[in-house]
Design a protein around this ligand. Structure first.
Ligand code: NAI
Length: 712
């Protein structure tokens, strides 16, 4: 078997162990790798004459990317004792790095996270490169667990309890400079001198013997008073509660383990860690978050098409329409160094679009201000133009003008003859079918939807929409292009509302139905938020704008009149000028100093005329079923129609597109945890609602066969 570690001896008493997993882009701590580390440590210990060991990576930009998560999958159902054993095995192995009779140093260039950070942490000393990718962190809480190979026990002894709690419970990575400030690493060195610097460090430690004092110190309890401990516990748990809303148990569990282990020696703290980890491992939230990891990983590798197609290179883009979306799309291009032409029929709109783009691309995250250097770097990439010839010379042309079929078609008619043979033309339309937009084109195979979400800056999702005649080559290119912009594209066949809006609409629609049935808005909002949605559906209406929601809804009522009815509440509010947040009044009032949503007693007069004669109260469970089951049923119809290529596209689309709660793993993943037969049961009390709550053939078939969505 090919080895993943290379042992060399630059000097007779100095070993360098270089991790370099063959055929992999990253070093990952799988079981065989850990065994190999153990064998190498045996060999080195046996020598008896070694002064030091440097552990480093042969992969530029990656030290160790963490533990092998695929191995996790096979142990999700393992009993607690087996998980404790796995943790102890890793802890004991890494702990050897702080007990061997020579100095150990981790020389880190690039990403060093999760199990990789733990391995480095157990070394006597660490140094990091000044490379741009170098970072250190414990992202485990993002997977619903915490570090289980000593991360919670050793880090507080090394950098102080408060700092360690922040790193472990927050899950964010830090760069070399911050790591140095915290005392996590001894020094920062240029990449090409990293190993030399590590060897010098070993020679110094050999003389000073400081590392031996640290070994002793870091093996004992933490020096912290009861008062400090109490204060830290109270403030950290309040902060965690605020951030997780009680929906993510790992950070608070990590905090408890770290506080509990503070007064103990490191071995007792390690024992607490292993037992705490076993409680989280395999929990529903852990499994759901692992699913998110694999969804995202698959998306990164997915080309969007089933055959082999080489996407065309996109080096230049043109965006037509400099409004909210056009400006956002242009900025996304410029930020990724794509030369971009921007045009708009309205000169003022073009000017204000350009200003917005420059403000956005020059924004410096660190100083939180526009940055002149960035403006100078990016400005030459943006060309505001009125010339069709300049627009048409781009590799991809994205239309983001007013949502009107005729006006869009006119633009295409004018531009298509000017486009290069291989150029792609795309629309950012949110409602108009791609096939209809393409009807008069000469080359409909080179046309598709590239549907960005608002605000483009924040939203990672892009729907690449395939019209009837769109070619695989075009889809593959659009997918690769969206990835170049840092987005997560999913490929969706043409259809009303495409994927995300189609699934969102039944949920939004149901919120209005609930109101006329007698449910209280505050209860609807509360249930949605407790389910894990970033905001309730009524708040979302106000944010999207009631006029926009009305027009978007119309596509759906027209397409699916059997299951989506046009609620009269929206037009009534729009008519009264209550457009939502943007007009200061919608379902809520925003006419207060902080522009916060507040209940508005006047709302009742617009809703009252449409209330059902017999209203009633609703329990939280009823509201939850009403909001989420119609959405789920619509997803089963989407699968029946083969609108997407894989169930995971539905889940990724909803998580990235509307903030469906990650801790539920995705809509269909969540459905699998309930089971199809139970869902059919849960739909029975909703029978009166008609087709929109009727189990679909796919759901019934799955219930009968005991199948899961993720089996397909
Ligand atoms: P917007 O109204 O902010 O901007 C549209 C721009 O297009 C305006 O600046 C207008 O002057 C310009 N324009 C109109 N007709 C034109 C023409 N014939 N030639 C050149 N420029 C013309 O609209 P927004 O919100 O940016 O929407 C643009 C497109 O993106 C629409 O198709 C919309 O459905 C879609 N979309 C909108 C989202 C949103 O949340 N606003 C989300 C996703 C898609």
């Amino acid at each position: 078997m090919a080895t993943s570690m290379n042992l060399s001896f630059p000097e007779s008493d100095l070993a360098v162990l270089t991790l370099d997993m063959p055929g992999k882009g990253a070093n990952i701590l799988s079981r065989p790798i850990l065994e190999e580390l153990s064998v190498n440590l045996d060999r080195l210990e046996e020598r008896g004459d070694l002064a030091g060991l440097v552990i480093t990576s042969g992969k530029p930009g990656i030290f160790i990317a963490g533990a092998d998560l695929r191995e996790f999958l096979s142990s999700l159902d393992a009993p607690d004792e087996a998980i404790v054993d796995k943790c102890v095995l890793g802890q004991k192995l890494f702990q050897r790095l702080s007990e061997v009779p020579f100095v150990t140093v981790a020389a880190i260039d690039g990403i060093c996270v999760g199990g990789g950070a733990e391995l480095a942490m157990w070394c006597d000393r660490r140094i990091m490169s000044d490379g741009a990718k170098t970072e250190l962190g414990f992202p485990e809480v993002k997977l619903g667990i915490f570090p289980g190979w000593g991360g919670t026990a050793r880090s507080p002894r090394m950098i102080g309890l408060a700092n360690a709690v922040e790193m472990v419970t927050g899950g964010a990575s830090i760069g070399a400079e911050e790591a140095h400030k915290l005392g996590w690493i001894s020094q920062i060195a240029p990449v090409d001198r990293l190993t030399d610097a590590a060897i010098r460090l070993i020679r110094n430690e050999q003389k000073s013997k400081d590392y031996l004092a640290d070994r002793e110190r870091w093996a004992g309890p933490i020096d912290i008073s009861e008062t400090e401990l109490g204060f830290l516990g109270a403030t950290a748990s309040a902060m965690i509660q605020q951030q997780t809303k009680g929906q993510y148990p790992a950070p608070i569990a990590a905090l408890e383990v770290m506080l509990g282990g503070a007064g103990l020696d490191v071995n007792a703290a390690l024992d607490l860690e292993a037992r705490g980890m076993a409680k989280l491992f395999g929990s529903p939230v852990n499994s759901a978050l692992l699913n998110i990891f694999f969804l995202t990983d698959r998306n990164k590798k997915d080309t969007g098409v089933d055959g082999e197609f080489t996407p065309q290179k996109i080096n230049s883009a043109a965006v037509i329409g400099a409004g909210i979306m056009g400006a956002g799309i242009a900025a996304a291009n410029v930020k990724r160094q794509v030369v971009t032409a921007l045009s708009d029929a309205n000169q003022k709109a073009l000017q204000s679009g350009v200003k917005g783009i420059l403000d956005e691309v020059s924004f410096n995250k660190k100083t939180r201000k526009p940055d002149l250097d960035r403006a100078i770097e990016f400005a030459p990439l943006l060309n505001a133009t009125e010339s069709d010839a300049e627009v048409a010379s781009a590799d991809v042309v994205i239309e983001a003008i007013v949502e009107n079929l005729e006006v869009k078609r006119q633009i295409y008619g004018r531009l298509e003859p000017l486009l290069r043979e291989d150029a792609i033309l795309a629309s950012n339309t949110s409602t108009i079918p791609i096939t209809e937009l393409a009807a008069e084109l000469e080359r409909p195979e080179q046309f598709c939807g590239i549907h960005f979400f608002n605000p483009v800056r924040k939203m990672k999702l892009v729907e690449v929409i395939r019209g009837e005649k769109t070619s695989d080559q075009t889809v593959a290119t659009a997918v690769a292009y969206a990835k170049r912009l840092g987005k997560s594209p999913i490929v969706v066949n043409d259809g009303p509302g495409f994927l995300v809006n189609r699934l969102l609409l039944p949920y939004m629609n149901e919120a209005l139905e609930l109101i006329v049935n007698g449910a209280q808005i505050k209860d609807i909002e509360k249930v949605a938020k407790q389910f894990g949605m970033p905001m309730g559906p009524i708040t979302l209406y106000d944010m999207v704008g009631l006029d926009t929601a009305f027009y978007a809804g119309r596509t759906m009522w027209e397409a699916f009149p059997d299951r989506i009815s046009a609620s009269p509440i929206l037009p009534a509010l729009v008519k009264a000028g209550r457009l939502g947040r943007k007009s200061g009044l919608g379902f809520f009032s925003y006419q207060n100093k902080k522009k916060r949503a507040q209940p508005d007693p006047d709302l009742q007069q617009y809703v009252e005329p449409y209330m059902q004669e017999e209203t009633r109260e609703f329990t939280a469970a009823e509201i939850e079923s009403r909001l989420f089951l119609p959405m789920l049923l619509e997803a089963t119809r989407v699968l029946e129609e083969k609108l997407v290529r894989d169930v995971r596209d539905v889940d990724l689309g909803l998580i990235f597109g509307i903030g469906f709660p990650p801790f539920k793993g995705g809509l269909l993943y969540w459905a699998d945890t309930l089971g199809a037969a139970n869902i059919v049961e849960a739909l029975k009390p909703l029978e009166d609602m008609g087709p929109r709550a009727q189990p679909t053939p796919l759901l019934l078939e799955m219930a009968a066969a005991g199948k899961k969505f993720y089996d397909s």
